[in-house]
Design a protein around this ligand. Structure first.
Ligand SMILES: CC(C)(COP(=O)(O)OP(=O)(O)OC[C@H]1O[C@@H](n2cnc3c(N)ncnc32)[C@H](O)[C@@H]1OP(=O)(O)O)[C@@H](O)C(=O)NCCC(=O)NCCS
Length: 156
């Protein structure tokens, strides 16, 4: 797959509404009521990242302060609704977004980031240093998932 020019992406915090287009197209095409929000979107501790190519958002992710009882640590964040526009996948946009998030979370003194990873997305998360728990579980309407996680003290 052809890579785009060096460093063509810019990732920054965006409003939740700006995630809806990619959520609709890439993540939740089964939704028919037009509601692409999730409850934690507007929590004070939640932040949304968008990766821009030129003036267009091509990758999104939502970061929520939520502990997973599978882990002992207190200071956890959860990644939800991570996706890259189909025309721009495998060009480094998701990596740019994810690495920006890790720096923000480190500044917040968060210890660990976790997510429910779709099986097709596991190679992406692994490429970024996440590890997975063994169990596979179903999420209705979406499919099989594994829990993945990364400790922030393991990255620079
Ligand atoms: C998963 C997803 C977010 C990855 O975003 P992306 O912008 O395409 O990822 P990048 O181009 O930044 O890839 C980063 C690394 O992951 C690897 N990678 C990404 N997707 C991959 C895949 N499907 N299979 C294998 N490796 C993959 C890339 O090769 C790259 O590795 P490298 O840096 O060692 O070359 C994107 O494919 C997507 O939106 N998929 C559909 C929705 C989805 O499943 N979201 C996750 C929900 S849990």
């Amino acid at each position: 797959m052809q890579k785009l020019n060096k460093e063509p992406f810019h990732t920054c915090i965006i409003n939740s509404e700006l995630t809806y287009d990619i959520r609709k197209k890439i993540l939740w095409p089964h939704i028919t009521n037009g509601n692409y929000s999730i409850e934690p979107d507007d929590f004070d501790s939640t932040f949304h990242l968008g990766t821009y190519f030129k003036n267009q958002i091509i990758s999104i992710g939502t970061f929520i302060k939520e502990n997973n009882s599978k882990f002992d640590d207190d200071a956890q964040y959860r990644l939800r609704a991570m996706a890259t526009d189909k025309d721009y996948q495998i060009k480094g946009a998701g990596r740019n977004l994810f690495l920006t998030a890790l720096q923000i979370l480190k500044k917040k003194k968060i210890m660990m980031l976790w997510c429910d990873a779709r099986l097709n997305a596991i190679p992406f998360y692994k490429a970024l240093g996440m590890k997975s728990l063994d169990q596979i579980y179903q999420i209705p309407n979406i499919g099989p998932h594994k829990t993945m996680y990364i400790y922030l003290d393991s990255i620079k």
